[in-house]
Ligand binder design. Structure first.
Ligand code: FES
Length: 238
């Protein structure tokens, strides 16, 4: 297929190359659509549901659906953002409050979407849940997996498949869901080749290289971290 696809996002004409998804086209045209499980190195997964947009009145995931000539996409509405805010709040509510010392602070996709959606203390309080309290997997000499910071986006699983190791997958269900090696063994007791691609691709601080020092930036998505700075809350960004 050749040529350029033209379609509208929130009333503005945008252009896309054939094969691009709605999300890829939006980002290429400087339009931010919240997303967490999208990675440009793997196939779309459609897991986080944060990239929901409206197409002809239907809610569809922007990361999975192709851009099509003449389509009319609504990326922002009260309905859409209410759903997104609930989804992000559910993720944050049992997420580690460790933003102050997290290496990804300031470069964290969860902070980005929480800030964009103005997730409030009330949103979090309503849904508050316990942390999973699963011990980190520190069996690998090069990186550590902190389950309390994992948002279950599955990017590490898909990257691991992509490099051919297939060492990890989703394990358990519901609140107990986590990313783990087969039979929940330590990562070093799996086909992991320690390539580090999963660490590089992780959009939050769940996977950290052992050598890296924590960030000294003071940014947080939550109002419970103790410092009370709330520097990201209420700051609408793109
Ligand atoms: Fe589309 Fe997660 S980015 S569902």
């Amino acid at each position: 297929m050749t040529g350029t696809i033209k379609f509208k996002i929130d009333g503005e004409w945008v252009e896309a190359s054939p094969g691009m998804t709605i999300l890829e086209a939006a980002l290429a045209n400087g339009i931010y659509i919240p997303h967490l499980c999208f990675s440009d190195v793997t196939e779309p997964f459609g897991g986080c549901r944060l990239c929901l947009v409206e197409s002809e009145g239907r809610l569809v995931t922007a990361c999975e659906n192709p851009a099509e000539e003449g389509m009319n996409i609504v990326s922002e509405s009260g309905r859409i953002n209410r759903i997104r805010r609930n989804t992000v709040s559910l993720i944050i509510t049992n997420h580690s409050r460790d933003c102050l010392t997290c290496r990804k602070s300031g470069d964290c996709k969860l902070q980005e979407v929480a800030s964009y959606l103005d997730v409030s203390e009330d949103d979090l309080e309503r849904l508050r849940m316990d942390l999973k309290d699963v011990p980190p997997d520190d069996s690998n000499p090069f990186f550590i997996r902190d389950h309390d910071k994992c948002v279950l986006c599955g990017i590490c699983v898909r990257v691991c498949e992509y490099v051919g190791a297939e060492a990890i997958d989703f394990a358990y269900r519901g609140h107990d869901t986590k990313i783990a090696a087969f039979l929940d063994r330590d990562i070093m007791d799996s086909p992991c080749v320690s390539c580090g691609e999963c660490v590089e691709a992780c959009p939050v601080g769940a996977l950290s290289p052992r050598t890296e020092k924590p960030s000294s930036e003071v940014k947080t998505v939550c109002p419970y971290c103790g410092a009370g700075c709330e520097i990201h809350l209420g700051v609408r960004g793109g």
